[in-house]
Design a protein around this ligand. Structure first.
Ligand SMILES: Nc1ncnc2c1ncn2[C@@H]1O[C@H](COP(=O)(O)OP(=O)(O)OP(=O)(O)O)[C@@H](O)[C@H]1O
Length: 574
């Protein structure tokens, strides 16, 4: 069942850079979506919000404060962490003294700003959000069997929300915190429609499709390969050739040969490589039904604009149609379903999704909202000085809610030359077993590895200057527990799934709170415990405190002495 969409008055298919994001298209007005009648959907109410100009600050969905909570009845609420409870391998041994923190730390006040406009709410059947099994979500039996074989028996919250909505053919934006299972949230509805595990076709609905039916784009090779492995796992060993990786750094002719020989139905790759092979005429995606942009806010940044433009123009677009097609942009859009995914969604992504989307909706763990109902957030005073060197104190709405609730955040100060020693003490005090330490540049990584090794801690480095093989070997060894610490840069901040990671350390300050959120999200995956420690210099501590406000999470001051984590009162350090 589909929501009807209003008339598009204007669609400018132009690459317009807006701060870090480019926006394809814009439109002046949309009629409110009609009430969907599909099971589980009930439009409840909307209140018109004030539309104001996007001034380019950290404007995001949450800043709209759309009242999009699902209204629960008396039934038990799902745990915020979502998803099935798992054993806390590795993380359970983390040594934290909660009594210390609860006694000594003053709670941080993190008030959200006033709403810029509250609009329409869709009420989604509570049963979907509390689905106990994949069957309840209507996945085909073969797919459910395969998931069960892999030990996946219950959907996470975001999967419960996304699977039925994507099955209804909506274009969607999925925003849910790191490690909440977003990958399967989009893969499962896709694999319900294509490939050997899909739902049986009706008699008059014979499946005549062939060729590539889904294109998944990710910003890094590591994330691309991780998604490939996830698809392979579900397809099983006999059908794993149906997914093909097209990531940069690997041999391109081999990828092209594999495309010809294996005839995959899904390709997963990085923007550069996908658009390169497409431009060479070796990747035929015009009949493609699904386009997924994983880590969409990064993919729509200026760096990728040309490759992403090509991908957006070609995937799922019948050849011969042009942007001036007489059928208009909506008809062209409907040829593919577009799925945009990230833990952090700035408003520029919403705007782009509205422009491309066919009945686009925003899916979060407990809510589904038509994108049309989201008003442009009102810029706060401090957002207008977003370019100033001092970070704003206002909440970064793109990143609020992007962090798993199970995370604990601390910061401590140390002189630059003592940071590695502080890291060592931190690892020992917390008894962390699988640690990711982030720095901002590539060069110093080796030095930190050397110093850690000299102190008896097995460590390795991961960065973009390593070849593809070296990168995957390092990652595999780290995941296998051969190294205790992975010292890395921003390359590993997004999407990397090392479930055992129990500690993330910032040895350099992340550039902003969005970067903090993605780095932090490498631990505390799927409801596990995780600790994030930022080691900064004394004169940088104010930046951490500002990030704390922007993210609306407590980041507590601490130190590591005599093998213990000691948490300070805030007033002792301010
Ligand atoms: N229903 C499920 N049951 C058990 N494990 C699951 C389920 N769904 C996902 N997982 C596992 O949870 C982990 C995190 O999932 P995933 O990488 O998709 O998170 P994410 O939300 O995309 O995180 P990020 O924002 O960091 O990219 C993975 O190891 C995945 O295999």
């Amino acid at each position: 069942m589909r929501l009807s969409i209003g008339q598009v008055h204007r669609n400018v298919l132009a690459l317009a850079s807006s701060r870090s994001c480019f926006v394809l298209g814009d439109r002046l007005s949309f009629r409110m979506l009609s009430q969907p009648r599909a099971a589980g959907f009930h439009q409840t109410a909307w209140r018109g919000g004030q539309i104001v100009e996007d001034r380019g600050g950290p404007l995001t969905l949450a800043s709209l404060e759309v009242q999009n909570r699902v209204e629960y009845g008396n039934k038990e609420k799902m745990a915020r962490s979502g998803g099935p409870k798992q054993s806390l391998r590795g993380s359970s041994s983390l040594k934290v003294k909660p009594s210390v923190s609860s006694l000594n730390v003053k709670p941080v006040k993190t008030a959200l700003p006033k709403s810029a406009g509250i609009k329409k709410t869709l009420k989604v059947d509570e049963a979907l959000f509390s689905a106990k099994s994949f069957e309840e979500l209507g996945l085909p039996p073969l797919l459910v069997d395969q998931l069960n074989k892999e030990g996946l028996t219950a959907p996470t919250e975001v999967q419960s929300a996304a699977i039925p909505i994507i099955a209804q053919k909506h274009d969607v934006v999925i925003q849910s915190y790191t490690g909440s299972g977003k990958t399967l949230a989009y893969l499962l509805p896709i694999l319900s429609e294509i490939g050997p595990l899909k739902r049986p076709m009706g008699q008059d609905n014979s499946d005549k499709r062939s060729g590539i039916e889904a294109v998944i784009v990710a910003p890094s090779r590591e994330l691309g390969m991780q998604i490939v492995r996830e698809v392979e796992k579900i397809l099983g060993p006999n059908d794993k050739r149906l997914v093909q990786q097209l990531v940069g750094g690997a041999n391109r002719s081999r990828q092209e040969e594999a495309l010809k020989k294996n005839k995959p139905i899904i390709v997963v790759g990085t923007p550069g490589r996908i658009s390169e092979i497409s431009a060479a005429g070796k990747l035929h995606t015009h009949g493609c039904r699904f386009l997924v942009l994983d880590e969409v806010d990064q993919l729509l940044s200026f760096n990728y604009r040309e490759d992403m433009h090509r991908i957006l123009e070609h995937v799922g677009r019948k050849s011969g149609t042009t942007s001036r097609d007489i059928l208009g942009p909506l008809a062209r859009r409907s040829e593919r379903q577009t799925i945009l995914v990230s833990a952090t969604i700035p408003f520029s992504v919403i705007r782009a999704a509205r422009s491309w989307g066919h009945d686009p909706v925003l899916i979060r763990a407990k809510s589904v909202v038509p994108l049309d109902s989201i008003a442009v957030p009102r810029p706060s005073l401090s957002q207008t000085d977003a370019n100033s060197s001092s970070p704003s104190n206002s909440v970064n709405q793109a990143a609020v809610g992007s962090l798993p609730p199970s995370l604990e955040h601390y910061y401590c100060t140390a002189k630059a030359q003592h940071k590695v020693d502080t890291l060592r003490r931190c690892i020992h005090a917390l008894e962390a077993q699988t640690v990711i330490a982030f720095m901002n540049n590539t060069k110093p990584l080796k030095d930190v590895v050397f110093k850690l090794e000299a102190r008896g801690i097995k460590a390795t480095e991961l960065h973009g200057d390593l070849g593809k093989l070296a990168r995957s070997t390092v990652l595999k060894k780290f995941k296998d527990g051969e190294y205790r610490v992975l010292v890395t840069n921003e390359l590993s901040a997004r999407g990397l799934d090392v479930p055992e990671c129990d500690l993330v350390v910032n040895l350099d300050l992340p550039t902003d709170s969005t970067h903090y959120a993605h780095r932090a999200g490498r631990t505390g995956r799927l409801g596990r415990k995780g600790i994030v420690v930022t080691i900064c210099e004394e004169n940088e501590a104010f930046v951490v405190r500002k990030m704390r406000k922007q993210l609306a999470v407590p980041i507590k001051p601490c130190e590591f002495t005599e093998g213990e984590l000691v948490v300070h009162r805030e007033e002792d350090v301010e």
